[in-house]
Design a protein around this ligand. Sequence first.
Ligand code: NAP
Length: 297
Amino acid sequence: MSSDIQINLFNQNNPLTATVVENKRLTPQSRGDHHDVRHVTFRYKEKFPYVPGQSVGVLSPGIDPRTQKPNKIRLYSISSARTGDFNDSQTVSVCVIRHFWSDEKTGQKDIPGVGSHYVCNLKTGEEVKLTGPFGKHFITPPDFQNRDLIFVATGTGIAPYRGMLQEIYQAPFKGNVWLYFGVPYGDTALYDDAFQAFTRNPSFHYVKAISREEENPYSNVIPTRSNKMYVQVRLYENRVSLKESLSRRNGLIYLCGLKGMEEGIFPVLEMIGKDVNHEGSFVEFLKKEKRLLVEVY
Ligand code: NAP
């Protein structure tokens, strides 16, 4: 990947000071706190060169009650293009879900996650401390214009593709893009209007997997929890074009989101490998060729 990608320009001892310019809820209020996802934009005065797919760290002030130590930095994938949402290279945006966790030891449920609640509660004009940028591998390659790109996301794992897509369609792009997006409900599809707008490009294919509203018609081949519609089912459904992209058009496949999503997707890729008479693991082959990029946590 490109060597001019900058990393670690700002750290905990030397953070980037920024101001919140936008904090917008991306899902309906009626879906409640557990589906509260925010698009948050920070403005800064210094230089913070990043590319979509890299991450930014957010320092939440205060002491972690569990460790009695200062709160740890939380990393979020950057969801803006490198010129930022205001096109002046002075902002960076993230996409954050209000996270809740359960304490297995005490049995306590719905404990608000410190980092995500800090970001989701930020008000316009508030000052924040950022670190980064981080990561060099989950980015588009310099020669992306002539290749097919398959983006697969679950939930807020959609973040990096927003900025990547903006850059792809500002370039003289000759490939195809498939965006597979797994969400619980139709109205929790983040940035849906923006992705719908990209469909005016005939090369852009937008495919949603709405887990709690759609059923899996291929559960005998691609089993999913409670027969839910998951992204791996959509990949299987579109296996003919997926095969074409991965075998003939030097395509890249990106996975971003929930840890564990790769377990359902790799078998679909192995099926394609078999179909093209690839010997050995197709997943390992794609990884080795840096054509399968995974960012799950
Ligand atoms: P979510 O709403 O919990 O899940 C998104 C969708 O994925 C739902 O439809 C869910 O279905 C489905 N799903 C659940 N398990 C799956 C599996 N094994 N295979 C395929 N689909 C599955 O997602 P979220 O709460 O937004 O979480 C996204 C994750 O991405 C977090 O773990 C986050 O740490 C990570 N991430 C975030 C960023 C970022 O910048 N914010 C970047 C990279 C990764 P059901 O719930 O109906 O089962």
